[in-house]
Write a protein that binds this ligand. Structure first.
Ligand SMILES: [Zn+2]
Length: 395
């Protein structure tokens, strides 16, 4: 949102002013400034409005008397920071997101669910039931439980056996929902960790039992060279339907990966897969500029809060506002689909992937002898291409 120099600084600008102060401050103060800067993205009201109403700024999260004094001064002097550096560029605040959304009231009402969240099965704090209750309170039709997969041990990622046990818990919550006439469906899902080659860390059979699979990179995210190939490989992973937090950026910490985004998004469109807007305030990934490219490429968009606590489902407003700002057509947003349509899309992607995998395998087969092809076909249960169905002659 454009800074209004006739007004005192907005929360976004206060966040930038705080981040700049952090760079000059001693260690202890630096932490306080940084924490306050990050929380400014989630303040429910504009700091300047609080001052105008003669309310204390200490009502805001992570603002004590010292920072209150500093921020009051900025507000009084109408101080505006220079444009943020790339490390802090294009992060929306909750307040400005809600202003944007209020202008197009129909936008938020299209939302039917949230497709990324974590529970106490990995590194989240709520259980599945708590996440489901929070989703019911928001009027959702579906949520996807996307705990981390086993390769991400730092986030207590789950293996195939745990995924199966989790599945039983999801079933139990779904049946409670049905009994109490609530219309929420909890989808079985996972945020599968992808290595830089785009490969996942879970058995395909375990993934096939899920309703939807999100794949994300969590390593080698500080590479400076072009990573287009990595994205193409990830999108080509036959088991995923959504590429999670694609850039891998973190506010004031990591700018994320570089790629030829047009090529990446065109490939996603070709495969009919979705790229995500991860609405976690520190991530906001994809950001508006990249979403505009995705829009041009006609790519499907998925929105997920990446919530680790039930209350964090409210982050979705950041994703809704970013999609609106980038003018993503509503029919390209998978969270706007009724559940039946969402499932049909996933099925279609899976069928296309199965066909693609078969074709690739058969292409490889045609280069081999008929016998070895038959062996491969037997092992992988693929159809033998017609030109190789005849037994080769003995000579
Ligand atoms: Zn992640």
């Amino acid at each position: 949102m454009q800074a209004r120099i006739d007004l005192p600084p907005s929360n976004a600008e206060i966040a930038e002013l705080l981040s700049r102060e952090a760079n000059k401050a001693s260690y202890v103060l630096q932490r306080a400034y940084r924490r306050a800067a990050r929380s400014a993205f989630l303040w429910e009201v504009e700091g300047r409005d609080l001052v105008a109403e003669k309310r204390p700024l200490t009502e805001l999260a992570h603002i004590g008397p010292f920072l209150q004094k500093q921020i009051r001064q900025w507000i009084r002097r109408k101080q505006h920071p220079p444009r943020p550096p790339p490390l802090r560029k294009e992060f929306l605040t909750l307040t400005e997101s809600r202003v944007r959304l209020a202008k197009v009231a129909s936008w938020g009402t299209r939302l039917r669910g949230d497709l990324q969240m974590h529970t106490n099965w990995s590194d989240g704090s709520g259980d599945i039931r708590a996440m489901a209750d929070a989703a019911v309170a928001r009027g959702y039709e579906f949520i996807a439980i996307t705990d981390h997969s086993k390769g991400l041990s730092i986030a207590n990622g789950i293996n195939e056996a745990k995924l199966k046990r989790q599945s039983a818990e999801i079933e139990a919550v779904n049946s409670e929902m049905r009994t109490s006439a609530k219309s929420l469906s909890v989808l079985h899902s996972i945020e599968m960790n992808l290595n830089p080659l785009g490969e996942g860390d879970m058995e395909p059979a375990a993934l096939r039992s899920l309703d939807i699979v999100l794949g994300s990179f969590h390593s080698a995210l500080r590479r400076k060279d072009d990573q287009t190939e990595r994205y193409l490989a990830a999108l080509g992973n036959p088991h995923i339907q959504i590429l999670g937090h694609p850039r891998g950026r973190i506010y004031n910490y990591r700018s994320g990966l570089r790629a030829d985004w047009e090529t990446v998004f065109r490939e996603a469109t070709r495969l009919d897969k979705a790229v995500e807007i991860d609405a976690y305030p520190d991530r906001q990934d994809l950001n508006i500029s990249l979403l505009k490219i995705a829009k041009r490429c006609g790519t499907r968009i998925s929105m997920g809060t990446d919530a680790h606590h039930p209350w964090q489902l409210e982050f979705i407003d950041l994703a809704l506002a970013a999609a609106l700002a980038a003018k993503i057509p509503p029919e390209r947003i998978v969270n706007f689909m009724p559940l039946k349509e969402l499932r049909a899309w996933i099925d279609k992607v899976r069928v296309a992937e199965a066909r693609r995998t078969r074709t690739n395998r058969n292409d490889k087969c045609s280069a081999r002898s008929a016998d070895s092809c038959r062996n491969v076909a037997k092992l992988t249960r693929t159809r033998i291409p017609s030109h190789l169905r005849q037994r080769p002659s003995a000579n």
